[in-house]
Design a protein around this ligand. Structure first.
Ligand code: PMV
Length: 353
């Protein structure tokens, strides 16, 4: 499929969103392969925009040059990460040996907002790189394009592989999901009830501090966690249970699984060695208040969390008014400077250039 690379120059740009997992990926093996199948909502307002200008390298026998600007400024820490990542994928994308790259990236949310940017930034970069490869190749179907972008995004940050698809994407082999694979995510949007296509995710920023444990270290801690096998089993069961729920649109069953998944992820970190408590007192307070509100007002409001203290509120669009009033009147008092990001399920990446 891939032919010898034509010496072209040009630039490409993609916007790619973040995602929030409902069944979590926590624990990996080999080259960034998940221990269990997982599934996420693709978000809408939290995204990265990345552009890559490429031209045949200036000095033929030298390593290609990579310039990197984050939000218009040099950022040596991010540049190092990108240079290492590009080095690691040269065997899959050999054209990277031949081109100087000038990369610029920015996020729709402040870097210090406490929401993970690796899924949006790595998927945006992967889409740009595969777009460059596509310009030199014939017979590159859309399906191949997104699949390859998903593989490359996964190698940058596991969960990023799900961000290349709209609404919902699943990653990891599951006997009940045809064409599922540990190597890439697949588009799951054809198998979900319309209620999930407009689902809301309000992200309550409890703290914007850097995470106390990187996800790399977190995944590694699973290798010696006594509960690891039981956890992978639980995640597989939750995936099986979720598939018919996604089809019928049972939002209470959906919410129960989302909450159990989030609390299991945090419990695993509490009982790893060394152990980490990733929630803050205000995260627990918010969780308590959500449960109370759900019972008293009979509103299907549920929560999930990533590996950090911020709480994602999941609710159908039809409950938007009631939930958002509750956030403003009650929950925002437990957020850092009252900060809430009102996001929702979205239609996936967009090619900008
Ligand atoms: O993609 P990573 O390595 O940052 O891991 C992400 C892990 C969670 O966000 C906690 C769960 C998930 O499936 O996204």
């Amino acid at each position: 499929m891939i032919h010898s690379f034509k010496p072209i120059k040009g630039d490409v740009a993609w916007r790619s969103p973040s995602n929030i997992a409902i069944v979590k990926y926590w624990g990996k093996y080999g080259n960034q392969l998940p221990q269990n199948p997982n599934i996420s909502f693709t978000l809408s307002k939290a995204y990265s925009e990345t552009s890559v200008a490429f031209q045949p390298k200036a000095i033929e026998n030298a390593e290609p040059n990579i310039d990197f600007l984050f939000e218009g400024k040099e950022n040596p820490k991010f540049r190092d990460k990108i240079v290492k990542f590009i080095d690691s994928i040269k065997s899959i994308l050999p054209f990277l040996n031949e081109f100087d790259l000038s990369i610029q990236s920015s996020n729709s949310f402040p870097h210090s907002a406490g929401i993970a940017s690796s899924a949006s930034s790595m998927s945006a970069l992967a889409l740009c790189l595969i777009d460059i490869e596509r310009q030199a190749s014939d017979n590159f179907t859309d399906e191949e394009f997104y699949r390859k972008a998903s593989i490359i995004a996964r190698l940058g940050s596991g969960s990023a592989c799900r961000s290349v698809y709209s609404y919902m994407a699943t990653w990891g082999y599951s006997a009940s999901i045809p064409s599922s694979s540990n190597e890439y995510a697949i588009d799951f949007s054809a198998h979900i009830h319309p209620v999930f296509k407009t689902y809301k995710d309000a992200i309550l920023i409890v703290s914007s501090d850097e995470k106390s444990v990187s996800s790399r270290a977190g995944h590694a801690l699973m290798n010696n966690n006594l509960f690891a096998e039981a956890r992978y089993q639980q995640a597989k069961q939750n995936m099986e249970a979720l598939l018919p729920i996604l089809k019928t649109g049972d939002i209470n069953e959906f919410g129960a699984i989302a909450e159990q998944e989030a609390l299991s992820l945090h419990a695993l970190m509490m009982c790893s060695n060394p152990s980490f408590i990733l929630m803050h007192a205000n995260s627990l307070k918010i969780i308590d208040l959500i449960k109370q509100f759900r019972q008293e007002k009979d509103v299907p409001l549920y929560f999930t969390l990533d590996a950090g203290p911020n709480v994602h509120l999941l609710y159908p669009k039809s409950e938007e008014e009631k939930v958002e009033l509750f956030i403003r009147e009650t929950l925002s008092a437990f957020c850092e400077n009252g900060k809430v990001i009102y996001d929702e399920v979205g239609t996936g990446p967009v090619k900008l250039k």
